[in-house]
Ligand binder design. Sequence first.
Ligand SMILES: [Zn+2]
Length: 78
Amino acid sequence: MSDKHHDYTPSMPESASRPDLDIADCINETCPWSGKPVQADSLTEYDGNVVGFCNPGCRDQFETAIRHFEEAKDQPTE
Ligand SMILES: [Zn+2]
């Protein structure tokens, strides 16, 4: 019996969850937007920490904000 089972996640659309992140590592327990419990499919990384949200939409809002700040940091200031 050759059991070649692999848990390959099929390629996901742009709003992908992060299977490399574990909710057990998540530093917060509730969504900063709604106060609801964080979900395993709504994790992202911030400053080296795993942070979580109640749904991917909340996470995407956060990622958009981070990207905005990262771009702002890249702007040369006089
Ligand atoms: Zn939320």
